[in-house]
Design a protein around this ligand. Structure first.
Ligand SMILES: Cc1ncc(COP(=O)(O)O)c(C=O)c1O
Length: 466
């Protein structure tokens, strides 16, 4: 081994040893060839910073304690001696002489902010759909998914779509919202909500959120209503149900349509009723990071048969149901495939377990991290059963938290930018006092299995110390 160095030699020679294999480490022996220390490139740098010169010699007193292994120790024993900082273990014989070394670099695995849970019958159903050759938008899984998911929501009809954005578009069209109509949307949401309104040339009216629930504020809705207002799109953002009793009351009093955007809240409840069961039409997304997924995908649910039929027609190019290839109006191809629906059927079977697991993740974060006093957690409210989509919190140290976690390979996301802050939407702003504040301090932590909470805490602990 060329990286062996004898105590008493100069630091210049030591540098040469460090530069040999294993790179970054020199093994230091005494005059009797006994291993008495290890010097890493980091140790070397510190010696220079402490004022040593390259011509100085390395003495026994410069050495620190070190980890070694005895001849004959097996892989597991050697591995246990390594960690994120120690990745080279010298192996010595019974006389204490270096005979070999063990090298193992710990790779920190990337922890994504969300990941789909595909461990149920997803593959089985997918292969079944595949081998049936019904791989486009017809097949038994489409009907089954529409039926099972709408039943889960407590709603009569479900129209599966290719994603959650077009589901909102389809809902607006089916409800007859037209160019120039005003549609009230919350400021804190993913852009899909407002984009769908703009697709039909309606005028979005962006209103503020409630500072506690982060969902659209009913009082602001009421204030924003004009004679042109035709619809409200409450968004159950980050799994928190909106104040649906007040919103439905406002809608009834003002003859407005309601489209619930439930993309982030599958299974959440308000007053004991699942979200999606309040509005005229409600929409869901099944994108891969959502509570349940079909890869890409969405659904509109409604209790109104006429709306259900209209959405089916518009989803399929506006084709007349009775007269094939006869188009009554200009429609779209917004269909979901049987392959996607097959995955969806397996997902709906395990939605309860997914929601339970996510609740546990939230509980674990709160237990592990609360004493750091870094975060305020998303609140729960009486009469509202929120679901944990992404782990949500607010903190006034957001930049530091994001930097610390992402540099340790842990994915972390800031809240959505407010719609009102983006130049392409800002002209539609009615009010945004709370949303602009919350959006700047909100953070999503990973909601995946096998989170190493101790490590997360260790990483975040360094922020507190600074
Ligand atoms: C609130 C909200 N609405 C709509 C959508 C759009 O869903 P999709 O990505 O399936 O088009 C999303 C998805 O990210 C969302 O978060």
């Amino acid at each position: 081994m060329e990286s062996i160095f004898k105590v008493g030699q100069s630091l210049k020679v030591l540098l040469g040893s460090i530069n040999q294999k294993p790179y970054g480490t020199a093994f230091v022996e005494d005059e009797n060839n006994k291993l008495i220390g290890i010097v890493t490139d980091g140790d070397f740098r510190r010696m220079l910073l402490d004022g040593k010169e390259l011509t100085d010699t390395l003495e026994k007193s410069d050495l620190k304690t070190f980890v070694s292994a005895k001849e004959g120790e097996d892989f597991d024993q050697l591995l246990k001696k390594t960690n994120n900082k120690i990745h080279i273990i010298p192996i010595v014989n019974s006389q204490g002489e270096l005979i070999d070394y063990f090298e193992f670099k710990h790779q920190t695995k990337f922890t994504p902010v969300a990941e789909p849970t595909l461990e149920n019958k997803e593959l089985e159903y997918l292969l079944d759909a595949f081998s049936s050759t019904w791989i486009s938008s017809r097949g038994k899984y489409i009907d089954r998914f529409e039926e099972e998911f709408s039943t889960y929501c407590g709603v009569k009809h479900g129209v599966a779509t290719s994603n959650g954005t077009v589901a909102i578009h389809l809902a607006l069209l089916a409800l007859g919202i037209k160019e120039g109509d005003e549609v009230i949307v919350p400021d804190l949401t993913f852009a899909a909500t407002i984009n769908a309104v703009l697709y039909i040339k309606a005028i979005p009216v962006i209103v503020d959120i409630d500072p506690d629930t982060w969902t659209i504020c009913p009082k602001e809705i009421e204030k924003a209503i004009t004679p042109k207002t035709k619809a409200i799109i409450p968004v159950h953002v980050y799994g928190q149900p909106c104040q649906m009793d007040q919103i439905m009351d406002i809608a009834h009093r003002n003859n407005l349509k309601v489209i619930e955007d439930c993309a982030e809240a599958h299974g959440a409840e308000f007053n004991g009723k699942r979200v999606g069961s309040f509005g005229d039409i409600s929409t869901f997304s099944f994108f891969a990071n959502k509570i349940i997924t079909t890869g890409e995908g969405g659904m509109c649910v409604t209790n109104d048969l006429a709306l259900d039929m209209q959405m089916r027609k518009l989803r399929d190019h506006g084709m007349n149901k009775e007269k094939r290839y006869w188009h009554d109006e200009i429609g779209f191809n917004y269909r979901m495939t049987n392959l996607q629906a097959a995955i969806g059927c397996a997902q709906i079977e395990q939605i309860d377990q997914i929601l339970k697991r996510n609740n546990q993740i939230e509980e674990d974060y709160i237990n592990f991290l609360s004493d750091l006093n870094l975060f305020d957690w998303q609140k729960t409210f009486e009469n509202r059963k929120k679901v944990v989509w992404l782990m949500c919190c607010t903190t006034n140290k957001r930049e530091e938290v994001m930097k610390a976690l992402s540099s340790n390979n842990i994915d972390v996301r800031p809240f959505f930018y407010c719609l009102s802050e983006m130049p392409i939407y800002s002209e539609y702003t009615f009010s945004n006092r709370n949303s602009t504040r919350i959006s700047k301090i909100g953070l999503n932590l990973p909601t995946v299995k096998n989170i190493d909470y101790t490590r997360v805490k260790e990483i975040l602990g360094t922020i507190i110390k600074h």
